[in-house]
Write a new protein. Structure first.
Length: 189
């Protein structure tokens, strides 16, 4: 991520973060951002005071290069980040963590994480008028090409999916349960 055209920063991609994106306080100070009090954020039940910055520009590396081999960046508008000391995340991951990309940015896109290629794709969402009408009004599992599309609910920062468990001791219909979808992210908020 680049903020206000500065140097590329290392952000964690946090699929479990239901709130704002975060930036490390030392990075915000180094870049001379105007910081304003914003309230707080909760980590594991502990409320921590935060500051907030409003970025004039925020860009995400596209993973593509132009004809000259220069990396391309995608511009985002109206991005603000909560500012917090993220030293613990750097220690936990064993690498520099300048920020955390949260749901305020992620939800703007159709996001695909390819764990084999180790890439994340951000695509423009399809509007309701462009989307083909659904044959049923309820969400259900569907196959699209070689993909399976599974609906989920975002609840308190957790991705919740409905499952049906069928096995020994269960009726033929099984038991419908809600489960947390673990996306594999080690440090989550």
């Amino acid at each position: 991520v680049r903020i206000n055209g500065g140097e590329p920063l290392n952000f964690l991609f946090d699929t479990g973060n239901a709130g704002r994106s975060l930036i490390d306080v030392s990075v915000a100070q180094k870049l001379h951002f105007d910081l304003v009090p914003s309230g707080g954020i909760s980590f594991a039940g502990i409320k921590l005071p935060t500051l907030r910055l409003n970025a004039a520009s925020c860009e995400i590396a596209s993973g593509e290069a132009d004809r000259k081999g220069t990396e391309q960046w995608r511009q985002l508008k109206d991005v603000s980040c909560d500012v917090l000391d993220l030293t613990a995340f750097s220690e936990l991951t064993g690498r520099r963590v300048d920020g955390i990309l949260g749901a305020d940015v992620i939800r703007r896109f159709v996001t695909t994480a390819d764990y084999q290629k180790q890439t994340v794709s951000f695509s423009k969402p399809v509007s309701d008028t462009q989307r083909a009408p659904s044959p049923t009004p309820t969400a259900s599992l569907s196959a699209k090409g070689n993909r399976i599309v599974m609906p989920f609910t975002l609840r308190d920062g957790w991705i919740i999916v409905k499952t049906r468990i069928v096995g020994d001791g269960w009726s033929n219909e099984g038991s419908e349960e809600e489960m947390i979808l673990d996306t594999g992210a080690a440090p989550t908020t």
